[in-house]
Write a protein of this length. Structure first.
Length: 79
C-alpha cells in the first residue's frame, strides 16, 4: 500500500458525477449547476468532453434551513 493508501479510502470525496447525474440526484437543475460552475461556486473538471463535479463539492452547496417562528407556531409550538 503506497503513500496514497487504499484506493477505496477516499472514494466518497473523489467520486465525480456528470451534471446530468448531479441534477438527477436533486442537486439542482442542469443549467443551475452550469451557472454555479461559471460563477465559481462549484468547482468542476473536464474529463474528455464531459464536465464533471465532485460529490463532496455538491454536498457542500447544501445550506441548512432554520426553523422559523411562523413554522413553529403553525405546528403549535412557541405560543
Amino acid at each position: 500500500m503506497g503513500k496514497f493508501g487504499h484506493p477505496n479510502q477516499q472514494c466518497h470525496t473523489k467520486r465525480y458525477l456528470s451534471l446530468k447525474e448531479a441534477s438527477a440526484l436533486g442537486f439542482g437543475a442542469y443549467q443551475t449547476l452550469r451557472k454555479y460552475i461559471a460563477d465559481g461556486r462549484l468547482p468542476a473538471v473536464k474529463i474528455g468532453s464531459r464536465v464533471k463535479v465532485r460529490l463532496a463539492d455538491l454536498e457542500s452547496l447544501a445550506i441548512p434551513v432554520a426553523t422559523t417562528s411562523a413554522t413553529q407556531e403553525s405546528r403549535g409550538g412557541n405560543k
